[in-house]
Design a protein around this ligand. Structure first.
Ligand SMILES: Nc1ncnc2c1ncn2[C@@H]1O[C@H](COP(=O)(O)OP(=O)(O)OP(=O)(O)O)[C@@H](O)[C@H]1O
Length: 223
């Protein structure tokens, strides 16, 4: 497998301003309060496993933490800056629970398009190397809709190799992956964290020792 690209480790980390911080977050969906005055902190060098039953609000929380939606109350800051600051997005990768791929495009085209959207200079060769390390050799040019669910998940996760970023926010990254794929991702997580990366992930599956040290944050279902 190829090495992950180097990550940013800003001066702000040394100034103690590092980390993704959700402060006093309150979120309602269809009149139900998912969480109220919730505080969450993700530091550089940390793997956090966000757990909770179906419908507890893990995805909703993730989307707030990456700035895709706003909370009813509270705010999110990253490295001391408001989450809406454009520079923050450059140091973050969010992969949602759906692969977020265009089914009519190939894996290579999807990753080229995504890289261009995120202003990442990436060559076709680099994409082929990443796809190879994800056991997708020979499938680079097939429309993604014709790949299996696990193969599509691998294409989605390939973004982690293409964008050098400290913060990885991953909603159900193990969905559809086989045992070997999960083991590989756990190894990648441990390596990212050991290099001052930070990961917040959801999964209904427990992490193994392979993922390295991690902290569990539990979100309860509020009636
Ligand atoms: N855009 C939306 N409009 C209305 N309701 C929503 C919306 N998004 C989420 N919800 C509701 O908010 C609740 C929490 O959903 P969310 O996806 O955050 O839960 P989750 O903890 O990620 O669940 P799961 O473990 O099943 O993935 C659910 O009851 C869902 O129906």
């Amino acid at each position: 497998m190829i090495e992950c690209l180097p990550i940013f480790y800003s001066q702000r980390a040394e100034q103690g301003l590092s980390g993704l911080i959700g402060n006093n977050l309150t979120c309602y969906k269809q009149d139900r309060c998912l969480f109220q005055n919730l505080n969450i902190h993700l530091q550089s060098g940390e793997l956090v496993h966000l757990r909770g039953p179906n419908g507890a609000g893990k995805t909703s929380l993730m989307r707030i933490l990456v700035g895709l939606t706003s909370p009813e109350k509270g705010g999110v800051r990253c490295n001391g800056l408001d989450i809406s600051t454009p520079a923050i997005a450059k140091d973050m990768v969010f992969i949602g629970h759906k692969p977020g791929l265009n089914g009519l495009l190939s894996a290579e085209e999807n990753l080229m398009y995504w890289s261009a959207q995120h202003e990442i200079a990436v060559s076709s060769t680099a994409i082929h190397e990443v796809l190879e390390s994800l056991s997708l050799v020979g499938m680079e040019e097939i429309p993604v809709k014709n790949l299996s669910a696990g193969q599509q998940r691998r294409v989605a996760l390939a973004r982690l190799w293409l964008k050098p970023a400290t913060f990885w926010l991953l909603d159900e990254p193990f969905t559809s992956l086989d045992t070997e794929g999960i083991a590989m991702m756990e190894t990648v997580f441990a390596r990212h964290v050991s290099r001052h990366g930070a990961i917040l992930m959801t999964s209904h599956q427990s992490l193994s020792e392979r993922a390295g040290p991690f902290r569990i944050e539990q979100l309860e279902y509020q009636l």
